[in-house]
Every structure is written in C-alpha cells, then in structure tokens.
Design a binder for this molecule. Structure first.
Ligand SMILES: Nc1ncnc2c1ncn2[C@@H]1O[C@H](COP(=O)(O)OP(=O)(O)O)[C@@H](O)[C@H]1O
Ligand SMILES: [Mg+2]
Length: 302
C-alpha cells in the first residue's frame, strides 16, 4: 500500500454568478479522494464537470466552500509559501503560462529566487535535464521553441523546487499529437523520481497510458474512483460506462447510446439520474456509495 500524500474529504465549491440575478453553480459537491505518494491520479470528466476547480483548490487558487483538504496531514490554507514548493502547477498552454521573451534560465531561476534557494544555476540545469532538455536550452526563449519543448520548460519550472505533487491541468491538450505521448511519458518518469501527479484530463487515452488510479467527475460529483485499468476495462458507474463507450475504437463492445439530458433542474442526488438508462426506482430517493474491489462507486446498481 502506498502512503497517502493528499486527502480530499467532502470538498464542495459553490460559485455565485451575476450581480442582480444571482445564479449559483456547484462546481464540486462533496468530492472525496486521495493521491498517494508516487502515483499518477487522473481526474476525468467532460467539460464543466469541476476538474479545474478541484485543481485550483488544491493549488490554493480557490477556497473551498466546505469540506477539507489535507496535504501530508496538514491544511494547505494554514501553510505558508513552503506549500508552493511542495505542490506546483503545469497548465494547459505553455504559451500562456511562460513569458515568451524571458530566457529559460530566468524562468527556471525565478521560483528559486522567490524561495531564497542557493545554487540556482545547478538546480535549473538539473530540472531542465529531468524534463528532457539539455543545458543549451537555458539561453533560449519560449518564443523560439516547439510546443513540446515549451511544455517541457513549464514542467522543468514546476519541478525546480523538488515538489511532491504536480497538478497538471490538461497538460497535453494544447499540443500537437506528435508531442503528447512524450509529455505523458515524462510524468511517468517523474513518478519514478518520487513526484506524484494529479493529471486533470478529458482524455481517457492519457489515463490508459499513464494513470495509476482514476476518479470520474460528473457535474461536480465524483461518481467512481479506482485503479485506472479496472475502471477503463470494466466501468461500473453508468456514466463511466458512457464515457468509456465514447472512447475511440478501443472498447467498441462497451459502446452505448445515451440521450441528452432532459431535466437540467432536477436536484437528484445522482448527477446522472436524468440520463441513466439503468436507473432504479430507489435512485429518486438518493444514491449509495459502494466499495467494490478497491473501487468506490456512487450507484444503486451495486
Ligand atoms: N470562477 C468561476 N466563477 C463562476 N463559475 C465558475 C468559475 N470557475 C468554474 N465555474 C463553473 O464551475 C463548473 C466547473 O468548471 P471547471 O472546474 O472549470 O470544469 P472543467 O475543468 O471540468 O471543465 C462550471 O459550471 C463552470 O462554469
Ligand atoms: Mg478545465
């Protein structure tokens, strides 16, 4: 059993929109999962399911409305800037997250300066090499690099302070196909060096490739969590079954048709209630959480 690094317990986040006509959106609702030391935990779900919000709360960029967050047993919101050296971010588009005209050297040394670290050049070179780029890249600028190289610089910056966890939000979505596999493999390699990753993605192929465990979010609720291979091979929650069935070709036997959501406003406890073809009478009353073979599934079918 791997040791726990990050624990999220019944985490909820409510956003309120509009000044006069207020509209509230639950981006996360009572979401619980843990990320273990040395694992890649993937958080999947379609657009708007709350993945980025979860990442932002973990990075302390958003405050939770309720619930708790513990990193190595401590509340990140009570820690100082040391937390930013333990947990760092890799974003979707390195063109937006890196200053195109700064030298890679300065990009990598900036976090070291902020944290008062010594031997900045050596540490920058080491991070660069771990990210798969050689020392010559120090003098280059992101504007002259390929998309894949740019994302490697962003990853080098994220690991320069030796973090324990990377929160990577769609890290391959802005890249050409030809660079994606290399970047995913890099997260696997970093795992071997003791850096865990929370991989936020809507791409089940990425999960299949490098994910150890996966959590499936739908409308702010975590419907299923478990070992990635098990969840992809034999999804238990009807929503996960739907997601896997829409994955290109790999699992055609699991393909199913699902209609559009017909009751947006219905406040069912199961977020998939209105679309679910397998729903039961009791689903109107609520949903129970079941533990099966290392998996947690919120569904009354089990
Ligand atoms: N800053 C915000 N203000 C208001 N609503 C937000 C904000 N951020 C996210 N949301 C809403 O929360 C929900 C989840 O969004 P997000 O976490 O970005 O999902 P995902 O990353 O899975 O696409 C969406 O309905 C989105 O519109
Ligand atoms: Mg997102």
């Amino acid at each position: 059993m791997r040791e726990e690094l990050l624990r999220i317990e019944k985490l909820s986040k409510l956003f309120t929109l509009g000044l006069f006509f207020k509209r509230q959106v639950w981006a996360l609702r009572e979401v619980s999962f843990e990320v273990k030391r040395g694992e890649i935990f993937a958080l999947v779900g379609e657009s708007g399911s709350g993945k980025s919000t979860a990442g932002k709360v973990i990075l302390r960029l958003e405050k939770p409305t309720s619930g708790s967050l513990l990193f190595e047993g401590k509340d990140p919101f009570r820690l100082g800037k040391e937390y930013t050296s333990l947990v760092s971010a890799v974003f979707q588009d390195p063109r937006a997250s890196l200053n195109p005209r700064m030298k890679v050297r300065d990009i990598l040394e900036e976090p070291l300066l902020v944290h008062g670290e010594k031997d900045r050049r050596e540490k920058a070179v080491r991070a660069l090499q771990k990210a798969g780029l050689d020392v010559n890249f120090l003098e280059r600028k992101p504007e002259n690099l390929s998309g894949g190289q740019r994302q490697r610089v962003a990853i080098a910056r994220a690991i320069v302070l030796n973090p324990k966890l990377l929160v990577a939000d769609e890290p391959t979505s802005s890249l050409d196909m030809s660079y994606r596999a290399g970047i995913l493999e890099l997260f696997s390699k970093l795992k071997g060096e003791g850096i865990s990753t929370l991989l936020i993605t809507h791409d089940l192929r990425a999960v299949e490739r490098i994910g150890d465990r996966v959590g499936v979010l739908y409308r702010g609720r975590l419907v299923e969590v478990g070992p990635a291979t098990d969840v992809l091979k034999k999804p238990l929650h009807p929503y996960t079954q739907y997601l896997v069935s829409t994955m290109p070709v790999r699992h055609p036997s699991l393909r199913r048709e699902y209609g559009e959501d017909f009751s947006e406003d219905f406040e069912a406890l199961c977020p998939f209630f209105s679309r679910c073809k397998q729903r039961l009478k009791e689903c109107e009353e609520g949903v129970k959480e079941v533990r099966i073979d290392g998996r947690v599934v919120s569904c009354n079918l089990y």
